[in-house]
Design a protein around this ligand. Structure first.
Ligand code: ME8
Length: 532
């Protein structure tokens, strides 16, 4: 393991105010696909997800349910573990901010911040949005009120929900002192924030000037105590952001080697709603204590419900009655269809318009009619024409010219270039070139005719071997999206040893098929969906 390069990827840690939903699942699958892909190309991956358990929002949710905050968090945590397990999430760590490792790390952060002179005590007087756990100034609030023409109740400029007036003694972090260093960071690392339109958005925000932020609370107590000031608990975001470092050993001398090896993270994947925290506050916190900065923050868009008749995207919400739960999608097209649809049909950086109609269309076109159909036809023919086996392959067979070989040889590098840039839809398109070509090749070469002529057996071997070899390669490339289907396809070709390869490029070189080994037809991988 130690000789492999490290790749550390994280999801946001989700609030435990509700069970996992389509949005949090989307982000988590997005990271899972990257984690699986990076493992397949030889990285030693650490994939972290977890729960953000402190703060007023969680405390209030607990009170509403008549539980202590800890009881409430403990009661919801299993739902996250179960959903991620169902969705085939391959995380290798799961952090909860109420764990001792996080308490120790956050308290260490406080001491280092104080010793470096980046915090000071003052009092906060302004607005607070509990659902977003975010502070707003008087100016921001009145501007938003003016734009919305609201009177009386002040609403959150971001989410539109009622704000709370907060006046309390508080510690402040000197964020304003980091403006120039942040701008220099963005200039020197234009891909610090991805996609680039989000980078521009962040740069413009920072250019507009930064205010110091309040990082401790005194009006409630569900948070990590500030080690040197009784009555103060850590502001939930100051606590939450540190989780990424905690999980690889920040603040734990016993984990110094792990920390040196894993930190900084290569990718923090977050929704567009929380990029200021990740692209402004978090790097400034790390600069303040002299720690390395993450390489990329990738901001994904939001899932919206698409009205198939008007083509318009509408916000998903329980009150509009259009909220879709992960289980609804699983019931429609299984876990692998679910993963494939969200990862390849929604552009990760943009808002995605989802609909049942579109899900069914993508599933039937790509999975039932193309990929599933190819596997089923080719494996069936191999079983029928070669007595339940793959054809016997002569030495050097892979060097023979084949139209599929020409296509297969060029796709892996292109696929990798897209996967590295989180361009999952384009990566899938590259694989589908081979799937479609193979389906056409079946029609063009008409193996059923060739099989009737004993004098053409060499030709038949070449056709079936070409098809099975293409399937083998596609199974590997589709594995990050649909791990279980790919494993099943490889098992059917007696290639179980190749499952979970960490040498994708060499594994996908044309010629890896085993000759004369048992093939099983199995059930249809993706039965066609009817109606709806
Ligand atoms: O913000 N579409 O947690 P959170 C796509 N605890 N993604 C969505 C979505 C939607 N409609 N709704 C939510 C927090 N998400 C903090 C994070 S990190 C140090 C602390 C996803 O439970 C998206 O990734 O509100 C978003 O950023 C995240 O859920 C917010 O999760």
């Amino acid at each position: 393991m130690a000789d492999k390069p490290s790749f550390y990827i994280t999801t946001p840690i989700y609030y435990v105010n509700a069970a996992p939903h389509l949005g949090t699942a989307y982000c988590t699958i997005l990271c899972d696909v990257m984690a699986r892909y990076k493992r397949s190309v030889g990285y030693d991956v650490k994939f972290l997800t977890g729960l953000d358990e402190h703060g007023e929002k969680v405390q209030l949710a607990a009170e509403e349910h008549g539980m202590t905050p800890q009881e409430w968090c403990d009661s919801l945590a299993p739902a996250f573990h179960e959903t991620w397990h169902t969705l085939e999430i391959s995380n290798d760590d799961f952090i909860r901010t109420t764990e001792q490792r996080q308490v120790t790390a956050v308290q260490d952060l406080w001491v280092r911040m104080r010793d470096a002179g980046h915090i000071y005590k003052g009092s906060y007087d302004g607005w607070y949005c509990v659902p977003d756990e975010t502070y707003f100034t008087e100016t921001q609030v009145s501007k938003a009120d003016e734009e919305r023409h609201t009177e009386g109740q002040h609403l959150c400029p971001d989410c539109g929900r009622p704000l709370q007036r907060v006046q309390e003694e508080s510690w402040f972090f000197r964020l304003s002192a980091f403006q120039d260093r942040l701008l220099a960071l963005y200039d020197q690392n234009p891909e610090f924030v991805m996609p680039d339109f989000r980078m521009r958005e962040i740069r413009a925000f920072v250019q507009g000037g930064l205010r110091d932020i309040s990082v401790s609370r005194t009006s409630f107590d569900w948070g990590i105590p500030v080690p040197f000031d009784e009555g103060h608990v850590t502001y939930v975001w100051f606590d939450a952001l540190l989780n990424y470092a905690t999980a690889v050993g920040f603040g734990d001398p016993a984990m110094a080697d792990e920390y040196a090896r894993r930190w900084p993270a290569q990718f923090h994947v977050v929704g567009k709603d929380i990029i200021r925290f990740h692209c402004v506050i978090w790097p400034a916190m790390l600069m303040a204590i002299g720690e390395a900065l993450p390489e990329h923050v990738f901001a994904h868009g939001f899932l919206m419900v698409r009205d198939d008749e008007t083509g318009k995207n509408i916000k998903m919400s329980k009150s509009l009655g259009n909220a879709i739960a992960p289980q609804d999608v699983i019931d429609l097209m299984g876990v692998e269809g679910y993963r494939y649809y969200f990862m390849t049909d929604c552009v990760p950086g943009e808002d995605g318009g989802i609909s049942y109609g579109r899900m069914q269309q993508v599933y039937n076109a790509d999975l039932a009619n193309s990929w599933g159909n190819l596997v089923s036809r080719a494996l069936n023919m191999s079983v029928t024409y070669f007595d339940g086996r793959t054809p016997e392959l002569a030495e050097g067979w892979a060097d023979d010219p084949s139209p599929l070989r020409d296509i297969a040889c060029g796709i892996v590098e292109r696929y990798c270039a897209h996967m590295d840039r989180v361009e999952y839809g384009q990566a899938k398109d590259v694989v589908m070139e081979l799937v479609h070509a193979a389906n056409h090749y079946i029609e063009d070469s008409a193996p059923w005719t060739v099989a009737k002529d004993p004098g053409r057996v060499g030709e038949l071997v070449a056709i079936i071997a070409g098809l099975l070899e293409s399937i083998r390669i596609c199974a590997h490339l589709l594995a990050p999206f649909m791990p279980e289907t790919s494993a099943e396809v490889l098992r059917r070709l007696s290639l179980a040893d190749e499952i979970g390869t960490d040498e994708l490029l060499s594994t996908c070189a044309w010629g890896g098929l085993l000759g004369g080994v048992p093939v099983s037809k199995g059930d249809a991988l993706f039965p066609r969906l009817q109606g709806k």
